[in-house]
Design a protein around this ligand. Structure first.
Ligand code: GAR
Length: 201
């Protein structure tokens, strides 16, 4: 399975995916890494690891026009599955239609709680005792598509945004590769909003 990874920042989830592939826990290859921000540190990491990288700044472009360019670039690289890894941009319905049930995202909360920016800070400020992370299929709405895997992370009394984010990130790195491997093995069955994961024979 050929992956197109979209980033906007640090790129640690991209690296975790790359590590899973290198360790043969994930049977896929990274066909292209695309960043919508020229300053994203993940670009350097991706280049160091030898992945094809494209910087596609979104500033000043209409959503539909930008997404059309994204689709073209992903198609050119024959991408089977699009993985949003800290890609801080909403995708249009046209984009989602171009890759039906083949766009995934990781988010640092137990959705539908705390969508959007600063999910870890939102959880801390709300006072929840348990938060976590979610890998889901992407639709045209914010952090809203069918859920593939979630993992819970307890909130500790001593937690700061940084300490909580670090523990959640560790879990993100694990479940993202697991979820992608489930897609590789075609074990995800979608019924309405529910994703049923079939056991291996
Ligand atoms: C991750 O925590 C990811 O869950 C979050 O951005 C961070 C990116 O880190 N994504 C969202 O909040 C999407 N709504 P990374 O660049 O090191 O992978």
């Amino acid at each position: 399975m050929r992956l197109g990874i979209l980033i906007s920042g640090r790129g640690s989830n991209m690296e975790a995916i790359a590590n899973s592939i290198a360790q043969k826990r994930l049977d896929a290859e990274i066909a292209i890494v695309i960043s919508n921000r020229a300053s994203a540190p993940g670009i350097i990491t991706a280049r160091e690891r030898g992945f094809p990288v494209r910087i596609m700044p979104s500033a000043g472009l209409e959503r539909e026009e930008y997404d059309k360019q994204l689709i073209d670039e992903l198609m050119t690289h024959e991408v089977d599955l699009v993985c949003l890894a800290g890609f801080m941009r909403l995708l249009s319905a046209n984009f989602v239609r171009a890759f039906p049930n083949r766009v995934m995202n990781v988010h640092p909360s137990l959705l539908p709680a705390f969508p959007g920016l600063d999910a870890q800070r939102q959880a801390l400020e709300y006072g929840v005792k348990i938060t976590g992370c979610t890998v889901h299929l992407v639709d045209e709405f914010l952090d809203s598509g069918p859920i593939v895997i979630q993992r819970a992370v307890p909130v500790l009394d001593a937690d700061t945004v940084d300490s909580l984010s670090a523990r959640i990130l560790l879990q993100e790195h694990g479940i993202y590769s697991e979820a992608i491997q489930i897609m590789v093995e075609k074990r995800a069955v979608l019924e309405g909003r529910r994703v049923f994961i079939q056991e291996l024979d």
